[in-house]
Design a protein around this ligand. Sequence first.
Ligand code: ADP
Length: 556
Amino acid sequence: MDIKFFTGKYKSSNSYTQRADQIITNVGFLLPFAMIIYGILIQLNVILSPNRQTGWLGFSIIMAAWLFTGILQKIHPGNSPRSSSFRLLSFYTMSGVYFLLISGVNNPFVVCWPILMLASYTYFDKIGLYSGILAFTILILTDITYFHLNDPKIIVSDLMIYLSILVTGIAVITVMRTHEIRKEILFKTIIKESLQRDRVATIVNNLTDAIISTDTAGKINVFNAASMALLDTNINLNGKYIDKILQLEDLNGKPVNLLEEFKRSKLVVRRDDLILKFSDNEKMRLETTYTPIRGGYIRSRRGEAHDGYVIIMRDITKAKSIEEERDEFISVVSHELRTPITITEGTISNVQEIIDHQNATNKMIADSITVAHDQVLFLANIVNDLSVLSKAERGLDNNPEPIDAHEILNELIKGFHDKANDKNIKLSLHVHPNISKIYVSRTYFEELMQILLDNGIKYTKKGEVSLTASENDGDITFSIKDTGIGISKTDQVHIFDKFYRSEDYRTRETGGTGLGLYVAATIASRLGTKINLESQIDKGSNFSFILPAYTKKRTD
Ligand code: ADP
């Protein structure tokens, strides 16, 4: 037999089974006493029974068996499938015997049959129900065929009882089943809901944005891990007031009361002008989104607008400073570009006027064109520097490879010989032929060297520019030393800033964009190093940086 028990998985169903078990045990215990009294009245002919088949002895045996089963199952209820089926079987058998041999089917105890059917169904599901129906069918058929085949009245009465008991039993079971199905649906919904809640909780907890939810008084009731990270705390925020936890101010330093802001907000409010203050006076620029949590039907009937508030926060300090830096850069670049463009435009229109003039000489025209040409070259230099800078900032072309330092420095020096010769400057290279390789991007290294060598020659009127590479303890120091105009202490602080050019008139004698060293510093940081500067006004400058030898890198 396929025994189907409700398992502990479905708790309410299980507790239902336990309750049914108790009722059956109690009914099974009390019923024999009532049956004995009823049976005695039949034996004494006080109640007439069409089935009175036993004498006092038979009656006593049947009732003793009933009593014994009733008491036994009360003392040892037993809740295994086997004990339940044994108990049910005894009840079915003894009820059948009692009905057939003592009381007949038409007696008050027949109403207990639907209870038996319900018990069978509770324990063994459909099989239990079918068994109960089958047992009752056998009972009625036996009663009719063995005892009352010639008595149409009793046959009709038996059949009526049969039908009413079946209908009652099935109705009770259907009601119970509906109840059970509802409970099952409810249980499934609860599981689904809790799964959904877990899912949402997982998402919220893994979000990088801080999320805090409060009640209408601003008391925190939900927060995620990111909010603890943002607030740099490990205390439990539940139950704390949001205004105590988040000390906010606007961009003008005016304190902001978040709860009041919450109350003012009818819909979603997004702002990026709030500053979070920490106890150590550190500040963090926040992007915040807050919104009231819409109240349900009951709340809106009670006149309460919402259940509380949710605030989502993100640290945008860095993004804002990058944004501001970018804005400043664009404004500086456009300012720097405006001058040469204006000069070029002015000079070219000048040329047009000169040509129209009758006394125009070729020299006048050539001079103006030279000015315009110089400015265009200057523009080209700025654009070139900007493109190198942008590549370096985005890390493009940063493909490190082992590079022979001796060879690359020789090539670089060769490229600057003409320039140095033109200015009568000695250009020297000091590098050991067996110096170790370096592991860097060739493009970046060449660009960095070119900027420093170019500056060295540009800002030296007489003397020497020397390029040295020396290896020491796995590090190679590259230095570009000149005997030029040198850099004052005040200028040394600024020369790596973008578009910075010294006010020194000797600097101003040469053309320059003021971007070279800014680009050089950006490239150096991409190569993992930093440019070091030693300089003395009128004595010269020494720009140097250190890169690890490739052999060292490999053993790292
Ligand atoms: P640019 O050379 O185009 O002006 P850089 O960014 O390369 O721009 O240099 C910034 C400033 O630093 C220069 O204007 C100059 O005043 C100073 N400088 C750079 N290199 C040297 C050097 N080798 N000797 C003296 N001054 C230098």
